[in-house]
Design a binder for this molecule. Structure first.
Ligand code: NAP
Ligand code: ZN
Length: 349
């Protein structure tokens, strides 16, 4: 085992602070990574603040990890020292159940091991994420990062990217579809970029009029302010697909009204109780509400390759590790353009 510097929270109301964690010695199947960058996902805040009531402390968050390989186990042939790699939300799964065999490890029937706050099969206790100097990960959960795009801006692809790419692909969003992306934060801004790249007519649905200009730069054809009831009415029944990234429980009825007959709204944001849905809104148009969580490893690699080919990266604000608590507060206030990425060099100071 080796001791590694990290940043974590000791309780749900504590700030994140520097601490030491253990990383395992590499096994024959493992890849050791020196972390250069780590994105800051709203899930990191939910976990630190115990919003989902399952946090284990200390929480060392971080599941948008980019770094260089420093060592590989003897059975690792697809990675070598110096490779630019990524690690997302999962670091292991059973590899045997139907979901794993179908490359859908995120639905592993025996429970995928999440990058942080999951049972650690090797060391006992729980896993620690990417707000750290290094990480050791099974080779099956390490991703290749295209070298032609800005490495620090690829970090958010590992969670925000795949979480929006996967449902757009699964629900077969295609050229000419009218797609609404609800919430312009880390996930939402990637949803806009991907929907645009797939040829959809993209409408950014936001509570923040001040983000309108940015939304258009990101690839939105239109902006719809969700608080404006008149404008919402004008677009009723017109959307082929909605991607809802709102991070908290909310009233979905106004969004359901936007869907066409037979169309689907996919929830990726609120992993908590939602306000009651009026059955009439669904029954009237044979509409659907569905959910989606990240994506499998194969699809994550496909998304990264797609980003390499289409030159897609995230819009980021770089921060030092020491400024993480302020960054959390700004994310909660919807004040981030559009993902914070931690420069992990700052942890070495
Ligand atoms: P984020 O950067 O905070 O963005 C969320 C955006 O939602 C905000 O910028 C804001 O955009 C909008 N919003 C916030 N509060 C709202 C409210 N009360 N009503 C309506 N809109 C509101 O968060 P994120 O990192 O994108 O993550 C979004 C959610 O997805 C989080 O809950 C996170 O835990 C979850 N998540 C899920 C998965 C998955 O696999 N399903 C993966 C990653 C994250 P506007 O200012 O434009 O309104
Ligand atoms: Zn995330």
């Amino acid at each position: 085992m080796s001791k590694v510097k990290a940043f974590g929270a000791q309780s749900s109301d504590a700030n994140l602070e520097e601490l030491n964690i253990e990383r395992r010695e590499i096994t024959a199947e493992d890849v050791k990574i020196e972390i250069d960058y780590c994105g800051v996902c709203h899930s990191d805040i939910h976990q630190v603040r115990n919003d989902w009531k399952n946090s284990k402390y200390p929480v060392v968050p971080g599941h948008e990890i980019i770094g260089r390989v420093t060592q590989v186990g003897k059975n690792v042939s697809n990675f070598k020292e110096g490779d630019l790699v990524g690690v997302g939300c999962m670091v292991d799964s059973c590899q045997e159940c139907d979901s794993c065999k179908e490359d859908l490890e995120q639905f592993c029937e025996n429970g995928a091991t999440l990058t942080y706050n999951s049972k650690d099969k090797h060391l006992g206790g729980h896993t620690f994420g990417g707000y750290a100097e290094q990480i050791v990960v099974d080779k099956e959960f390490v991703l290749k990062i295209p070298e032609n795009i800005d490495a620090k801006a690829t970090a958010p692809l590992l969670c925000a990217g795949i979480t929006t790419y996967s449902p757009l692909r699964h629900w077969n969003v295609k050229k000419g579809d009218k797609v609404g992306v609800i919430g312009l934060g880390g996930l939402g801004h990637m949803g806009v970029k991907f929907a645009h790249a797939l040829g959809a007519h993209v409408v950014m649905i936001t509570t923040s009029p001040s983000k309108s200009e940015d939304a258009k730069k990101l690839g939105a054809d239109e902006v719809l302010i969700s608080k404006n009831e008149e404008d919402m009415k004008k677009q009723a029944g017109s959307f082929d697909f909605l991607l809802n990234t709102v991070p908290v429980g909310h009233d979905m009825n106004p969004y359901i009204a936007l869907l066409k007959r037979d169309a689907t709204m996919v929830l990726v944001g609120a992993i908590e109780p939602l306000d009651p849905v009026h059955g009439g809104g669904l029954i009237g148009g044979r509409k659907r509400i569905a959910g989606s969580v990240i994506g499998g490893i194969k699809e994550t690699q496909e998304m990264l390759d797609f980003c390499g080919e289409h030159n897609i990266v995230s819009d980021i604000e770089m921060i030092d590790m020491q400024n993480i608590n302020e960054a959390f507060d700004r994310i909660v206030k919807s004040d981030v353009k559009y993902r914070f990425v931690i420069d992990m060099k700052s942890l070495k100071n």
